[in-house]
Design a protein around this ligand. Structure first.
Ligand SMILES: *Cc1c(COP(=O)(O)O)cnc(C)c1O
Length: 503
């Protein structure tokens, strides 16, 4: 059980409410340049009143943010087996290199001539990702996996348009797909066609055959999929869609299962996105910054985003916009550069063998945990939804638990917090009733995996005695059950100013 939160951590006053006039945490240095003349900015742009800022001392400021951070569960304080999202340890070495002034203080408007080291790092990272994916051309621009997906669908659209193939308006996606797949298809103005899953957890080949045709723009596939199953028909799937004229998009969010073992390019895909913040260790879970580079093959390359990092004849690096058929630019500047530094550090420090080892260990850990749960006697109430073994993650169904013990997957998830574990992903993938999607990752010890399995077994035993305990959990967290729908739909994200009415 976690310790009860301290009084300081319980303090919900805002930083404004904690302040008192005149307190300061920072003193600006003396100006070293002449002050701007009074008419430097037209009068209508000038403040008539000082801005309302929190007035606090440095210790108050430090405590405010440290205590806020303690109200959240994070990977640095405990096991975080959030399926699909790969919450692996973020090596501290990466933070050290990302903080080097040459990286951290680089201005986004810096002339490429004076940012050669950064461009070289980007160039090398692109090459490493090309090698991992088996697709030779890379853009680091997208800010997240979902942004990479949008890029991919726009590239597929541009590819068909360039061939005067204007009838292709459908994108095939399995019913196990992450929600971002259909969302990005819709954003790109195309239609989603759902493909069924077969009894083994792979793509239903008959359904795929029936739905693939002259209107197919693209197939979006995650492999292994969100059930943790590597599709045994993958070559048949990519051949089928390619022969029908479609583009093949690989959602690379699950690359942590296959890195260095197999490559999306070799499976027959045209485009893949990487989630650097999942597979390649950028810290995430607080809303960013993320990074979703994409890699493509020769037939998609002409449409790839600009600017692109290229070598100059003199052996240096430059940014080039000179690609007439490009879909253009998808964001400001060059991408989230700090994520590139961390992921490049990861790739360099592990090397090819190390990356492969990470994937193999992730798969081993997931299968160990699966076996350990079975041994702890939970399989009767939480059976594996598909298959017998898994890749780097697996899906249990809480349907028998709900029926026989009277607690739902949500209750189990909330009770796990009292045992010091972050819950796995719940109620996804949608096709599994009361789903629990568990991804331990390669960076957890055997003892942690054992502890997690024992906690689940203990919660089920407890529920058999008294289901009310789990139904009212958590007990030891700073807040109990939250109205997540209201938090998403009506977020309170700013402190109302005195005298102003809340919008
Ligand atoms: C996380 C994830 C995405 C979306 O990636 P973001 O970086 O969160 O936008 C897409 N597909 C799958 C399978 C994922 O797990």
């Amino acid at each position: 059980m976690t310790a009860a939160p301290s009084a300081a951590a319980d303090d919900t006053r805002t930083i404004f409410e904690k302040g008192r006039p005149g307190r300061r945490a920072f003193t600006a240095p003396e100006l070293e340049v002449p002050p701007a003349p009074d008419d430097a900015l037209p009068g209508r742009f000038r403040r008539t009143q000082a801005p309302r800022l929190p007035e606090v001392s440095e210790p108050e400021l430090v405590r405010h943010y440290v205590n806020l951070s303690k109200r959240n569960f994070d990977l640095d304080s405990g096991f975080y087996p959030l399926g699909s999202c790969t919450m692996k340890h973020n090596p501290r070495l990466h933070e050290r290199v990302a903080a080097l002034p040459g990286h951290a203080r680089l201005h986004p408007f810096q002339d490429p001539e004076h940012a050669q080291g950064a461009l070289e790092l980007m160039f090398n990272l692109e090459h490493a990702l090309a090698e991992v994916s088996g697709l030779p051309h890379v853009s680091l621009q997208p800010s997240a996996g979902s942004h990479g997906e949008l890029a991919g669908v726009l590239l597929a659209r541009a590819y068909h348009a360039d061939r005067d193939d204007h009838e292709r308006d459908e994108v095939l996606a399995p019913d196990t797909a992450h929600g971002t797949n259909p969302a990005t298809v819709t954003m790109a103005g195309l239609k989603v066609v759902k493909v069924a899953t077969d009894a083994d957890g792979g793509v239903d080949m008959d359904d795929l055959r029936a739905k693939t045709g002259p209107r197919t723009a693209c197939l979006m596939l995650t492999n292994p999929n969100t059930l943790g199953i590597f599709d045994p028909n993958i070559e048949e799937i990519t051949t089928l869609v390619r022969d029908a004229g479609g583009v093949l998009y690989y959602d690379g969010a699950n690359l942590n299962a296959v890195m260095g073992v197999t490559r999306p390019g070799d499976m027959g895909f045209d485009i893949v996105h990487f989630n650097l913040h999942k597979t390649f260790t950028q810290p995430h879970g607080g809303g960013g910054p993320g990074s979703g580079p994409i890699a493509v093959n020769d037939r998609i390359e002409p449409y790839l985003m600009v600017p692109r990092v290229e070598r100059t004849d003199e052996g240096g690096f430059t940014l080039s916009d000179d690609h007439p058929r490009t879909i253009g630019r998808l964001r400001g500047f060059q991408g989230n550069y700090g994520t590139f530094v961390r992921s490049y550090a990861y790739i360099c420090s592990l090397g090819a063998d190390g990356l492969r080892d990470a994937s193999v260990t992730a798969v081993l850990n997931a299968n160990y945990l699966l076996a350990r749960l079975k041994e702890a006697g939970v399989a009767e109430h939480l059976p594996l939804a598909f298959g017998t073994l898994c890749m780097h993650e697996f899906v249990l169904s809480g349907a028998p638990m709900k029926r026989e013990l009277g607690i739902r997957t949500l209750d189990l998830a909330k009770r796990l917090l009292d045992f010091g574990f972050h819950p796995p992903t719940v109620y996804f993938p949608l096709l599994v009733d009361e789903a629990l999607l568990i991804e331990p990752t390669e960076t957890e010890t055997k003892e942690t995996l054992d502890g997690f399995a024992d906690a689940i077994a203990a919660i089920l035993r407890e529920a058999a005695q008294d289901p009310e305990i789990a139904r009212n959990a958590p007990y030891d967290t700073p807040v109990r059950r939250l109205d997540e729908a209201a938090a998403a739909k009506r977020p309170v994200i700013r402190q109302p100013l005195e005298g102003a009415t809340a919008a």
